[in-house]
Design a protein around this ligand. Structure first.
Ligand code: C2E
Ligand code: CA
Ligand code: CA
Length: 520
């Protein structure tokens, strides 16, 4: 019983371990997946943010291009003449602070100040000499110190005539560059070497942030770019993970539970039994049957043993009832038959030598046992006599009497195992008319110790003798028990006193060493 509990416990622990491992894997995978999805989402958010900002700037700059083109005709005309059209133009462009006309390298007319006289190439060499279209600068006239964006539209390749627009970049940037926390913390508008950052009214080179990652995207139409700084997406995704935990835990628990249920079958002992049959993990042992009077071995009972790397030894008291419940008992009996037939040369080839096999009553259905014996036992033509031991664990009345009769016609003897325990009924003696009764080991153990069971033992013995049925006493462990049973007239004794069950291969050696004095 202890062995069976240990084995069941080991199965439980293995199933539990697998369920826990699966649950942990699901938890890790779910969190990893959520992490990757979240990280990609954050990356995408900042990319979208940058491209949207660029699009909006582009959209704001393009009417300025149109305005400059429309104003081209004014370049070269006297400032008095063009001042009014310039102011008119300015009024229609809300983003422009002033428009300056440049002719022959002279900034000669401003929409604000009217006639001026400033050398263009000396004031803005980046535009005039380096041929840039845009320049981030600081207003030194109207709103001193405030950032402006200069948009230069040259009329000719020499860059000495054209239209210069001073754009209110601070105003624009205030609503186009507003960061989106938490993933975008800083937004910077860059033109060439100069930058304008949201919240900082100074035009200066933007310093990279420590422990923050940057992302940059540039306009395809104008020479500016937008740089974003923010926490690493991985860090943000990591911070967001605790929110995902409840769902991930639920998923993990659920999958663990499903695995626990699903493994019930595969991991069960029943599954292991059918696996063990295919992997030939079972071994056939035998225990000698001793003639009570002569002391000679007159047969053996075949007993299954199961050992594997997964559970070690598993007791027949555990796997036999399980095999019966899962329709695996017939395959096990066939296993025993196949094994013993292949080992027949090891056994005495005499008709007075008995080979007893344990057969479950379910194996009698549809004459299955007869079919199996026809296939596995009789073709080998064995000299020893076969005894089929039927256990009372099963409901014996279900045994088809025609099958019993057929077995008997073929020279097979019928024994009732564990007589006196379980569903014992005296009626079996009549319906099955067995050749042998096996007195269960609890009754043998009762001899000399347990008055009530010992009385049953005596009654079984006299009953069998009156019905002319042979008696085998199981579980004989002491000489006193043997002497008592012998004196009562029990025919055959079986038990540790004579031999423990041994592998079939060891039996010839045992037999040669245990010939009783004077025996044949
Ligand atoms: P069983 O048919 O009553 O077999 C006798 C059991 O008593 C065996 O236990 C044997 O090892 C044990 N035994 C023998 N001598 C002594 C003794 O002196 N003292 C004690 N305490 N025990 C002794 P085992 O091998 O563990 O088998 C247990 C049961 O499993 C068997 O009881 C039998 O019902 C079943 N079984 C074993 N092999 C097979 C098989 O091949 N087919 C079927 N259907 N059942 C089997
Ligand atoms: Ca038996
Ligand atoms: Ca028994």
């Amino acid at each position: 019983m202890q062995v069976s509990q240990e084995a069941t416990g080991a199965f439980r622990r293995r199933r539990l371990l697998i369920a826990v491992v699966v649950a942990a894997l699901v938890l890790i995978l779910t969190l990893a997946l959520r992490f990757i999805v979240e990280k990609n989402h954050i990356e995408k958010l900042s990319h979208t943010f940058a491209s949207k900002a660029i699009q909006r700037f582009d959209r704001l700059f393009s009417p300025l291009d149109v305005a400059a083109n429309n104003t081209q005709g004014l370049v070269g005309l006297p400032c008095d003449q063009v001042r009014f059209p310039l102011v008119e133009k300015l009024a229609s462009l809300q983003t422009v602070r002033s428009i300056i006309l440049v002719d022959r390298d002279n900034m000669y007319c401003s929409s604000i100040y009217g006639s001026t006289n400033l050398a263009f190439s000396a004031t803005y060499p980046e535009l005039a000499v380096n041929n840039q279209r845009m320049l981030l600068s600081t207003d030194d006239h109207l709103l001193k110190g405030s950032p402006v964006l200069l948009l230069w539209t040259p009329l000719e390749a020499g860059n000495r005539a054209g239209i210069l627009q001073l754009v209110n970049i601070e105003l624009m940037s205030n609503y186009l560059l507003e960061p989106e926390l938490p993933w975008v913390e800083r937004v910077i508008f860059n033109v060439g070497e100069h930058s304008l950052e949201y919240g900082n009214p100074l035009i200066e080179k933007a310093l990279p942030s420590e422990d923050e990652v940057s992302y940059q995207d540039a306009s395809l139409r104008y020479p500016f770019s937008v740089t974003l700084y923010g926490p690493a997406p991985a860090r943000l995704a990591l911070l967001a993970l605790p929110e995902q935990l409840p769902l991930a835990l639920l998923l993990s628990l659920l999958s663990g539970y499903i695995v626990w249920l699903a493994t019930a079958n595969r991991m069960s002992l029943a599954w292991q039994i059918s696996y063990g049959i295919n992997a030939r993990e079972f071994m056939v042992y035998c225990q000698p049957l001793i003639n009570a009077r002569s002391g000679e071995c007159e047969g053996i009972e075949l007993l299954l043993r199961w050992h594997n790397d997964r559970q070690g030894w598993v007791s027949p008291d555990l796997f036999i009832p399980l095999a019966e419940r899962h329709n695996l008992i017939a395959p096990l009996t066939r296993y025993v038959l196949t094994e013993v037939v292949s080992q027949l040369p090891l056994l005495p080839a005499r008709s007075d030598f008995h080979i007893a096999i344990n057969v479950a009553s379910s194996h009698f259905h549809d004459r299955q046992i007869v079919t199996d014996l026809k296939q596995l036992w009789w073709p080998a033509n064995p000299a020893p006599q076969l005894i089929v031991e039927l256990t009372e664990r099963d409901a014996l009345p279900e045994v088809d009497q025609r099958v019993v009769a057929q077995l008997r016609q073929n020279g097979v003897k019928l024994a009732i195992d564990d007589f006196g325990t379980g569903h014992s009924s005296l009626s079996y003696l009549k319906t099955l008319s067995p050749d042998v009764l096996k007195i269960d080991k609890v009754f043998t153990a009762a001899i000399g110790t347990d008055a009530i069971n010992a009385t049953v033992t005596d009654m079984v013995i006299s009953l069998a003798q009156r019905l002319n049925i042979s008696l085998v006493a199981e579980g004989v462990e002491t000489a006193a028990q043997a002497a008592y049973l012998r004196e009562k007239g029990v025919d055959v004794l079986q038990g540790y006193l004579f031999a423990r069950p041994m592998p079939l291969e060891s039996f010839p050696q045992w037999l040669s060493e245990h010939q009783p004095p004077g025996g044949g």
